[in-house]
Design a protein around this ligand. Sequence first.
Ligand code: BJW
Length: 229
Amino acid sequence: MSGPIRNIVILSGAGISAESGLRTFRASDGLWEDHHVEDIATPEGFRRDPALVQRFYDDRRAQVRAAQPNPAHVALARLDREWSGNLLIVTQNIDDLHERAGAARVLHIHGEALSAWCTACDARHRWNDPLSDTPPCPACGTTALRPDIVWFGEIPYRMDDIIDAIDRADLFVSIGTSGAVYPAAGFVQQAGAAGVRTLELNLERSQGSQWFDESRLGPASTLVPQWVD
Ligand code: BJW
C-alpha cells in the first residue's frame, strides 16, 4: 500500500487485557487450564452441563467488572476519538475495557460477558448478575438465558461488516492475539490479499506472524501508546 492512511481496522485479543489482570487463553496459566475447552466453550458442553458453563461465565463476568482499562485501551480510545477516517476495533475479547476506556467504534466478534442471550425469544439483555440463578428472560419470561458468547462451532458476529471493513482498509493492526482461532486468525491474510498494510503488536510472534508486513514485540501497554503517538 502507498499513499495516506484513512481507513484502519484493529483486531484485539486477550493479550491487550492481560495487563488489566484478565487471563489469556493459551498461556501456561491460561483460562482453560482448569477446564477442558470442549466442556466450557462449545454448545455441546453447554447442553451437557449448563450449570458448569453458567458458573464459569458468572466468574468471568465478575472478573471483567473488577478489571480496569490499561494504557493500551486508553491509547486506542484516544485514536478512536481523534481519527477522522474510518476506524473499526474488532475485538475477540468479551470484556468491555475498550468501551470503558472511551472507544465507541468497537465490534465484539466473540460476544460480550455483560450480555445475556435468550435462546427462546432471541432477545439480548445487558447483564451483570449470575446466570446460574436461572433468572427469567425480561422479554419473554422463560429461563432460556445463556451467556452471549460465540463458542467453538458457532458463527462469529458481524462477519460481513468485518470483511467489508478490511477490504476497504489502508492499515490492519493486530494486537495481543495468538492467531490460533479462526476466522479472526485469517483476517491478516485477507488484508494482505486486498493490498492492505499489516502490522502486529504482540508479546511474542503469533502463529500467523509471517503474514504481517511488520511485527513489533513487547507488552501492549507500551507498544500501543507508542504506535498511536
Ligand atoms: C500479550 C500480552 C501483553 C499476552 N501484551 N500481548 C480453520 C482451521 C481449523 C479450525 C477452524 C478453522 N476455521 C474455523 C475453525 C474452528 C474454530 C477454530 O478456530 N479452532 C482453532 C482452535 C483451530 N473456530 C470456530 O469454531 C469459530 N467459528 C467458526 O469458525 O464458525 C464457522 C464460520 C466462520 C465464519 C463464517 C461462517 C462460518 C468460533 C470461534 C469462537 C472462539 N471463542 C473463544 C471463547 C469465547 C469467549 C470467551 O470465553 O472469552 O474466544 S475461544 C478463545 O480464543 C476466545 C478468544 O477470543 C479466542 C482467541 O484467543 P486470543 O485472544 O488470541 O488469546 P490467546 O490466549 O490465544 O493469545 C493471547 C496472545 O496475547 C498471545 O500471543 C500472547 O503472547 C499475547 N500477550 N500478554 C501483548 N501484555
